[in-house]
Design a protein around this ligand. Structure first.
Ligand code: BG6
Length: 491
């Protein structure tokens, strides 16, 4: 049963004409409307710097909804009803006087105010201060901010401090959109609702874990942003470390935001430092050169539009992370992520240790590890690879590895899996923080990532090249092969 307890909201959406808002946020809000989850009387104030009237902006929004909502899910009547809620306000975010218009818009003070900053993080502080100075917000206001929270630990602290001067931590909803993906939340259900796995989830039973988040796209016109960040800041610091935490954390006492976040922080604190001596065996950074994607030739990173030809920014990272605690001692977490890889694929593979005593054909021993494959996207589901006897009189006790398969769309006949932003916006409306990142999580994640970046700088080594359309530099394969293992798709 859907809990339809979200109250009437006033949503102030800063950066409303930007790419994120148009591609993700408005379509997600439209879907909430379609699902009947936007309470009657909820309103949206679209705020941006562009001079434009509400009607013009609504026309543009309608066009973008048509583009970004699947045609079978687009209903013009629902879209019109949704747009009724929207007004547009032009604002120079730096101009305190302009915020009076926002205050005037708040003529229903009982509506829950949500401030969504879909802006560069450098604007968070100024927006927060100006809202406070105009008395637009109070201790009930919820504020939503996007990654990247800073460029490193120090800058993230500045941003968090600026927000903290105006809002309490329980008012701040830091988005990591991976936490809004249904299958990512399913990790919590899988781990803590099934005793079968609970008793197997440690170094006694698991040999290693793989986490892959591969993208087939390149930089998509975002060179300016991406080149300053690179794949480690753009993906590892947030999405991949969050996945690692959900796999590695201890069972929380309950499903409350702080119980879950306390456990995630313990994992981040226990991540072993990757010292300069370990860099060669534990980290690979790569940058794509020209190659193919979907059968078409594509340019290399340095030939993308707007590229600085001398850039040494990485578009691929593979890491061997280790967690220094009782549960995970000696269990490597191989994580990798990259742009322009052969396919879009996010998956986690838990490799279980073989049975303690093996009695079958010695030449089949390599099959002896069970694997749990958790597919986050596409084709969301899980597959447990188990060993059975091969069928037939002539097969003796030959083994065969086969899947116990759970594909969510087929098994549960779900007609659609909601986009992460639908879930996250809905949770903000309900005031539930468990899918959002707490300040200390952000900062511990930076602390770990910062030392890897510092080691890269000190070594002066350029990223290793890989052709677009391949699985990254060969060094990434070598990294795992040295440990006698292989990435799953190479297995
Ligand atoms: C974003 C990154 O956070 O996540 C992008 O900034 C990346 O570079 C995107 O493409 C991937 O998200 P998803 O949901 O498509 O896997």
């Amino acid at each position: 049963m859907v809990n339809r307890t979200a109250t009437r909201c006033d949503l102030m959406l800063f950066g409303a004409l930007g790419d994120l808002a148009q591609r993700k946020l408005f379509p997600a809000l439209y879907q909430l409307e379609r699902a009947g989850l936007l309470a009657p009387g909820s309103r949206i104030l679209a705020i941006a710097r562009t001079e434009a009237g509400t009607d013009k902006v609504k026309e543009q929004l309608l066009e973008k909804l048509r583009k970004h909502v699947k045609s079978e899910e687009f209903d013009p009547d629902i879209a019109q009803a949704f747009l009724q809620r929207v007004e547009y306000q032009r604002l120079d975010f730096n101009d305190p006087e302009g915020y009076q218009a926002l205050r005037d818009w708040r003529d229903e003070p009982d509506n829950q105010l949500i401030v969504y900053m879909a802006t560069p993080p450098s604007m968070y502080g100024v927006i927060a201060r100006n809202l406070e100075a105009t008395r637009c917000c109070n201790e009930r206001t919820r504020v939503v901010v996007e990654k990247p929270i800073g460029h490193d630990l120090e800058t993230s602290r500045v941003i968090n401090d600026e927000l903290g001067q105006v809002y309490n931590e329980n008012q701040i909803f830091r988005i990591d959109h991976y936490l809004g993906k249904e299958t990512v939340q399913n990790l919590i259900a899988l781990r803590f609702a099934n005793n079968l796995f609970a008793s197997q989830w440690d170094q006694n039973h698991i040999s290693h874990v793989e986490i892959t988040v591969a993208e087939s796209v390149g930089i998509e016109g975002r060179w300016g942003y991406f080149d300053k960040a690179g794949q480690i800041r753009d993906m590892i610091q947030n999405h991949l470390l969050q996945l690692l935490c959900l796999i590695a954390m201890d069972p929380p006492a309950d499903l409350s935001a702080d119980s879950i976040r306390d456990e995630k922080v313990k994992v981040l604190k226990a991540l072993k430092q990757i010292t300069p001596e370990l860099m060669g065996s534990h980290v690979v950074r790569g940058q794509y050169t020209a190659g193919t994607s979907g059968g078409q030739p594509v340019p290399g990173y340095l030939e993308e539009e707007g590229a600085n030809k001398g850039s040494e920014t990485e578009t691929f990272v593979a890491l061997k992370a280790e967690i220094d605690n009782w549960r995970w001692s000696g269990v490597p977490f191989y994580i990798r992520t990259g742009k322009r890889l052969p396919e879009k694929l996010s998956q986690i593979i838990i490799h279980f240790k073989p049975a303690p005593h093996y009695i079958f054909d010695p030449d089949q021993k390599h099959l002896a590890n069970n694997k749990l494959i958790i597919r986050l996207q596409p084709d969301e589901g899980m597959s447990l690879k188990i060993l059975t006897k091969d069928q037939g009189l002539d097969k003796g006790m030959r083994l065969r590895q086969g899947p116990l398969e759970l594909t969510f769309s087929e098994t549960f006949e779900t007609d659609r899996i909601p986009d992460a932003y639908e879930r996250l916006l809905w949770e903000v409306m309900k005031g539930n923080q468990y899918l959002f990142v707490r300040r200390d999580e952000v900062e511990y994640a930076w602390r770990w990532v910062d030392q890897v970046i510092a080691n890269w700088h000190d070594s002066g080594e350029p990223p290793k090249r890989y052709a677009a359309g391949t699985w990254g530099p060969v060094a990434s394969i070598a990294m795992i092969t040295r440990d006698g293992r292989s990435w799953y798709e190479d297995a």
